[in-house]
Design a protein around this ligand. Structure first.
Ligand code: PMP
Length: 295
C-alpha cells in the first residue's frame, strides 16, 4: 500500500506514510471505533476523476458524526485534499481511503479528539479473479438494532473478515451473508444483485450498507430499460438464476459464477450484469469530468 516515497494526508498535513505514527492506545485499535470510506479515482482525458467524490465524503462525514467522531472539514475541503493527494503521489487511477480514528482512550466513552488519515494507492481489482464462486456464510450481517449498519465503522468489518476466512477454508472465493431474519443481505464488502427472466433483484435497504455503486447500477439499469426490484429474498430464490454479481467501489461490478456450487444459468458475457459492468466502466472513465456530480 505504500513505500518510502508514499505521501498521505494526516491531521492536516501531507507527510510520508513510512514516517507517520499513530497512538497504540487509540480507542480505534482496541475497540474498532473508527470510520472510513472508500472511493476510486479514474484516469480520464481531463485528468484523474474521483468518482462520486462528494457523495463519498458526505457519507463519510455523516458516519463520523454518528460515532461522535465529527470532523472540522467540509466535503469540499476533503475532496480538494484528495485531489492534492493524487497529485503528490503522481496517481491518476487509484483507490482512496479516508479514515477517522480516535485518540487514546481505554474506556468505552466517546473520545473528544480524533485523527484524520487519507491515503491513496493503486488497487486494480479487489476481488482477485474475474468470476467468483461464493458460498452463503454461516455468519449473518449484524442487526441494525445492534448498531448503525449504514455507517462504515471499522469494527463492523470483523464480520466480513470471519466470513471470508470461513468461505476460503471451505474452498470458495467469497461469501454472501444473510441478515438476522434469514433474508439475503450482501457480500463481505459489496452489494449483491441477481438476474432472473430479464429483471434484476437486490436486497432492500435496512440490513445492508447502501452502496454508492448500488445506486449507480440502478441508474445504469434504467438506461438499459431493465427493471430492478428491491425486496427480501431467501436463499431458495437463488435456484435457477440467470446471473449474479457484486457491486462496490473496490469490487466495481464482479460477476458470480456459482453460489454453493450451483452454477448460474447464463455465461457472464450473456447476462445483464455484464452489460451493466461495461456501462459502468464507460461511465467512470469516459463520463464528463464530474467530480462534483451527485446522482
Ligand atoms: N457493502 C459493504 C459491506 C461494503 O463494505 C461496501 C463497500 N464500501 C459496499 C456494500 C458497497 O459500497 P460502495 O458501492 O459505496 O462502495
Amino acid at each position: 500500500y505504500y513505500d518510502q516515497d508514499t505521501v498521505i494526508f494526516h491531521n492536516g498535513e501531507f507527510v510520508k506514510a513510512a514516517e507517520s505514527k499513530a497512538d497504540l492506545f487509540s480507542q480505534s485499535l482496541h475497540y474498532g471505533n473508527g470510520v472510513f470510506d472508500a472511493m476510486r479515482a479514474y484516469g480520464t482525458a481531463l485528468g484523474p476523476n474521483i468518482f462520486k467524490a462528494r457523495d463519498h465524503f458526505s457519507r463519510f462525514l455523516d458516519a463520523a458524526n454518528t460515532m461522535h467522531l465529527g470532523l472540522d472539514y467540509s466535503v469540499d475541503e476533503l475532496v480538494g485534499v484528495s485531489y492534492q493527494l493524487l497529485e503528490e503521489n503522481g496517481f491518476s487511477d487509484a483507490y482512496i481511503r479516508p479514515l477517522v480514528y480516535a485518540e487514546a482512550n481505554m474506556d468505552l466513552t466517546p473520545t473528544k479528539k480524533h485523527n484524520i488519515f487519507i491515503a491513496a494507492w493503486r488497487w486494480d481489482k479487489f476481488l482477485g479473479k474475474d468470476l467468483l464462486d461464493i458460498t452463503i456464510s454461516t455468519y449473518t450481517r449484524p442487526s441494525p438494532h445492534s448498531f448503525n449498519v449504514e455507517a462504515k465503522i471499522s469494527g463492523h468489518y470483523i464480520n466480513s473478515i470471519v466470513s471470508i476466512a470461513e468461505a476460503k477454508e471451505r474452498g470458495f472465493d467469497d461469501a454472501l451473508l444473510l441478515d438476522v431474519d434469514g433474508f439475503i443481505a450482501e457480500g463481505t464488502g459489496a452489494n449483491f444483485f441477481f438476474e432472473k427472466e430479464g429483471k434484476l433483484y437486490t436486497s432492500q435497504k435496512g440490513h445492508i450498507y447502501p452502496g454508492i455503486t448500488r445506486n449507480v447500477v440502478f441508474d445504469i439499469a434504467k438506461s438499459l430499460g431493465v427493471e430492478v426490484v428491491e425486496g427480501q429474498y431467501k436463499p431458495e430464490d437463488l435456484k435457477d438464476i440467470d446471473g449474479a454479481f457484486f457491486t462496490g467501489t473496490a469490487a466495481q461490478i464482479t460477476g458470480i459464477n456459482s453460489i454453493d456450487r450451483h452454477l448460474v444459468l447464463k455465461d457472464w458475457e450473456d447476462t445483464i450484469g455484464f452489460e451493466v459492468f461495461e456501462k459502468y466502466r464507460q461511465y467512470v472513465t469516459q463520463s464528463e469530468y464530474d467530480n462534483y456530480s451527485i446522482i
